[in-house]
Design a protein around this ligand. Structure first.
Ligand SMILES: [Mn+2]
Length: 333
């Protein structure tokens, strides 16, 4: 039996596929601070549409992260909308609201937007919306779209999609990676996805400066009695090692691994004196709720926010927000 949600989802998928068939020009749109899910999804769908003879551009308001530059066509992304056809459809991927795509895409009309996403609370801001918040990655939804379009799943497309799925499931460690996700991943490997290259790039390659900073963070982090593990990376530390925010990927994961840490947090100082806060949960505390209380968002186990300085005030606000969420949770039990 298909649930009412399932019926709506199937209709949404059909409508998106029809829109893609009916148009000739497309822009794949990534969210700010692009990750492997949004980039892998966009490149895969772009490859599929181009195999149908369509015109595809890849827009992102950022550089492609270094560890994703092995992906096919990752050198075709553009940071402006020059050359975009006036009749183009904008495919927004992996974002719950339009503003996440950055200033240049804020004024795109809903009638020109295809919205494909797996975030809770997606605003269904497009003329076409294919949103399944129980899926592990937007890449899974894009795979459904490509299959429904009847495009062949080439090794390049399979590599892009497996990158999206591996990344958004923490290399299958998160609970979102159930039997269905694992079977899909196996199918992508059978189709020629380069699993070894993906895991080498995503998990076994770290910049020199990033590893040095990880060492400093592990030396200096704090662990509170109630299980809050946190550390700060200052602009000065970044300058010492010539590092950028990109070099800090998954340092917060190293904090989450500390025994007794229920919530892990990394404060990254930006040049303007604000702090980018990355949050991870061991699974009992909802860090999305913490991030929301601080003006950010994300998922239950992984979320983020931006806080104004000075650092001490930011730390106090953060600790209070975590403790409020911990208290709300124990009150609800
Ligand atoms: Mn995602």
């Amino acid at each position: 039996m298909i649930s009412p949600d399932g019926v709506r989802t199937a209709a949404d998928l059909r409508a998106v596929v029809q829109a893609l068939r009916d148009h000739e020009h497309f822009v794949m749109c990534a969210h700010e601070k692009p990750d492997a899910d949004v980039i892998g999804s966009g490149l895969a769908l772009g490859l599929a549409l181009r195999s149908l003879g369509k015109d595809v551009r890849y827009y992102l308001d950022d550089e492609v992260p270094r560890n994703l530059r092995f992906l096919p066509d990752s050198d075709r992304t553009q940071r402006t909308l020059t050359g975009v056809h006036p009749d183009a459809l904008y495919v927004f991927l992996d974002m719950s609201d339009q503003a996440r795509a950055g200033d240049a895409l804020r004024s795109v009309a809903p009638a020109r937007i295809v919205n494909i996403d797996h975030h809770l609370g997606n605003q269904r801001f497009g003329g076409w919306n294919y949103v399944v918040d129980t899926e592990a990655a937007t890449g899974v939804l894009v795979l459904n779209v490509i299959a429904a379009l009847g495009c062949s799943l080439t090794p390049d497309i399979a590599t892009c999609l497996l990158t999206a799925i591996i990344s958004d499931t923490g290399c299958f460690m998160y609970s979102s990676a159930g039997p269905a996700t694992l079977r899909l991943a196996a199918a992508l490997v059978t189709l020629g996805a380069d699993k070894d290259r993906i895991t080498e790039q995503l998990y076994q390659t770290r910049s020199y400066s990033g590893q040095k900073i990880l060492g400093r963070v592990l030396e200096d982090f704090k662990l509170t009695e109630d299980g809050i593990c946190y550390a700060t990376v200052s602009q000065e530390l970044l300058r010492t090692y010539g590092a950028g925010h990109e070099d800090l990927e998954d340092i917060v994961g190293a904090l989450r691994a500390v025994e007794h840490a229920e919530v892990a947090a990394l404060f990254k100082e930006s040049p303007d004196g604000t702090y980018r806060l990355s949050l991870r949960s061991r699974g009992r505390v909802n860090v999305m709720a913490v991030a929301k209380a601080l003006g950010g968002g994300g998922h239950f186990r992984a979320a983020g926010a931006t806080l104004p300085g000075p650092l001490d005030a930011a730390l106090q606000r953060f600790l209070a927000a975590v403790r409020a969420e911990m208290a709300a949770r124990s009150g609800a039990e």
